[in-house]
Design a protein around this ligand. Sequence first.
Ligand SMILES: [Zn+2]
Length: 135
Amino acid sequence: MIRGSSSLLKVEFWEAISIKTWKPKMKVHLHFFSFGKRYTNIIQTKLRHNHILNYDLCKRNILNSLECSCGKQENAYHFFFVCTNYSIPRNTLFDCLFKLELVNIDINLLLCGDVINNRIIAAVNKFIDESCRFS
Ligand SMILES: [Zn+2]
């Protein structure tokens, strides 16, 4: 596996010493990413791999501007935590995450989940859908 292909995957996946130890960990991990709507899962995967927002596309010379429609640099952090275009779906997302009593909500948690993945992934998928950024 190429380590640089997903810098957000948890360290435990990279530290597996063989396919035999890696595969069961990855199987659990992949189960949660197949939760929900396929289209939204694809968007979430592209966000996790930095392959969809204007900053990502500008770095790859696909777009000329790295700016969001709000005028700021559009990366995953901006999309999930900052952009005023998505304030309403963000409130719903964080209400849901706060009900899960999560602490240290960061981009890694939103895109890679945690032990209670289904509810996190469901909340993130809902945010992605309600943002209408990718429709
Ligand atoms: Zn923005």
